[in-house]
Design a protein around this ligand. Structure first.
Ligand SMILES: *Cc1c(COP(=O)(O)O)cnc(C)c1O
Length: 459
């Protein structure tokens, strides 16, 4: 709760001086460290050398370092950050009024850049290290398209080639996202393609397949490891991505500290866990060190409930089973989520860092059905004026739920949530909502059992 009586503005910005100069590595303060990535062939921990065949050198160092608390942000990345950061912490006064809640609601808005999401924070870092290593280009996959867009911006800025495998249904349904990437100079291929072994095999087994994130990852990795001068980069899940995204939480904490506000509850949507991991990082650090207490809530779609209904186990990150195995909350790499408009939350697994913290009881998780999420999104957009991404709207939903509880108890809690992006490329989703054709499929236990059956058997 706020301990100073200074009036809080609608938007809290930081000066360039106040912006973070280092990323914070949450793992340094975790007693139970996230489990190491395993080689899918030998089932032994991946060595830096093995990881280096797939990922950039400097990023491998960040990936496996669980003791160094702070990493300097290279000055070229700081310069790029200054073009679109700091992002504001906004006090949602109008939403509070609408809800009639005594709670104070704050959101950290990451949608103010052309990619429309927080993904640019890690895209620029990963592209920078690839360039620094003298690489020619990188490959990646994109589901909903936000990550591919962010990476295409970063690669264009640094003069790196980029090859994006875009899940075929998104490639067809989101032609404008595709064109943004191509305009930045990226090559965009619908996945499954005929350019890789994995893609050709998928096309043969499932003719006319709409594709999946897991297959697109396998294709991107295959091209990266078989093309000299290329590496693969990933927009979420990995430890290095959470490290880069800590800039969100560090800025948010500095902004709130200026006004003496200590959030009681911190909420974020969770797909692979990068925005949530970044937002909570410095606060969770205080909690782990016993310096302060906060409640953290991860919100996921009921159609893809990895934390709330998944298993904590080693699993494949991709369908082709070429990526390292990660120990995480997972629904199984063979899990096929039912159609859901929050494309960025349709991943079968979850960040190993967040999985471990959740397993150890430091974080809560809940799931939301799609129509509830869109009801929350529309309440928010009418008061606060921002058209939120469907992914972000999961966090809005939980923040509203918590604010309503405050109305009942009369408590003036401080609630902070991550507003990860805008929804201008998701208007088919809003159309379904407006037309009343949106569905709320929740997988049955039998549906989940099929996904769990694809888990590898590791002791
Ligand atoms: C990708 C994405 C997410 C989910 O990814 P995380 O890694 O869990 O943060 C959430 N919101 C938006 C707008 C996204 O683009």
């Amino acid at each position: 709760m706020a301990n100073k009586q200074i009036p809080i503005p609608y938007k809290i910005y930081l000066t360039e001086e106040e912006m973070p100069k280092q990323w914070y590595n949450l793992r340094a303060d975790m007693k139970n460290k996230p489990a190491p990535l395993l080689n899918p062939g030998t089932k032994q921990p991946m060595t830096a050398e093995e990881l280096g065949a797939v990922f950039c050198e400097e990023l491998v160092k960040q990936e496996i370092d669980d003791v160094t608390a702070y990493f300097d942000i290279p000055k070229d990345i700081l310069a790029f950050y200054k073009m679109y950061r700091p992002s504001p912490v906004v006090r949602a006064y109008e939403l509070e009024k609408k809800l009639g809640t005594p709670a104070h609601i704050y959101y950290k808005f990451e949608g103010n850049n052309t990619s429309g999401s927080h993904k640019l924070n890690s895209a620029i870092a990963q592209a920078f290290y690839a360039k620094h290593q003298g690489l020619k280009g990188v490959t990646t996959e994109t589901g909903a398209g936000q990550w591919g867009t962010a990476l295409s911006m970063a690669c264009a800025y640094l003069g790196l080639d980029l090859k994006v495998f875009m899940v075929k249904c998104s490639y067809e349904q989101k032609p404008f996202r595709r064109e943004v990437m191509r305009t930045y100079g990226a090559s965009v291929t619908p996945s499954p393609s005929m350019e890789t072994n994995v893609g050709r095999a998928m096309n043969e087994r499932f003719p006319g397949s709409n594709g999946s994130l897991g297959t697109a990852i396998s294709e991107a990795v295959e091209v990266a490891v078989s093309t000299p001068g290329y590496r693969y980069v990933l927009g979420s899940v990995l430890n290095q991505v959470l490290l880069h995204q800590s800039v969100i939480g560090l800025e948010a904490k500095t902004a709130l500290d200026k006004y003496g506000v200590k959030p009681d509850i911190i909420i974020g949507c969770a797909g692979g866990g990068s925005n949530l991991g970044g937002l909570i990082a410095p606060f969770m650090g205080e909690k782990l060190r016993g310096e302060a207490d906060y409640r953290f809530i991860a919100v996921e779609p009921a159609s893809c409930p990895s934390l709330t209904r998944g298993k904590f186990a080693y699993d494949f990150a991709d369908t082709g089973m070429v990526c390292p195995l990660a120990k995480m909350y997972t629904l199984g790499s063979g899990f096929m989520p039912s159609p859901n408009h929050a494309g960025g939350l349709r991943y079968h697994g979850m960040s190993p860092i967040l999985s471990q913290l959740y397993h150890d009881g430091f974080m809560e998780a809940r799931s939301a059905v799609q129509t509830d999420v869109f009801n929350a999104a529309v309440t928010f957009l009418k008061c606060e004026g921002i058209l939120p991404a469907p992914e972000s709207s999961h966090a809005i939903w939980a923040a509203i739920e918590e604010a309503k509880k405050c109305t009942e108890t009369g408590e003036a809690k401080d609630i902070l949530f991550g507003l990860t992006g805008t929804g201008y490329f998701d208007l088919y989703a809003y159309k379904a909502y407006n037309d009343g054709t949106m569905t709320d499929y929740i997988p049955t236990d039998e549906d989940l059992a099929k996904g769990f059956a694809t888990l590898p058997d590791i002791g």
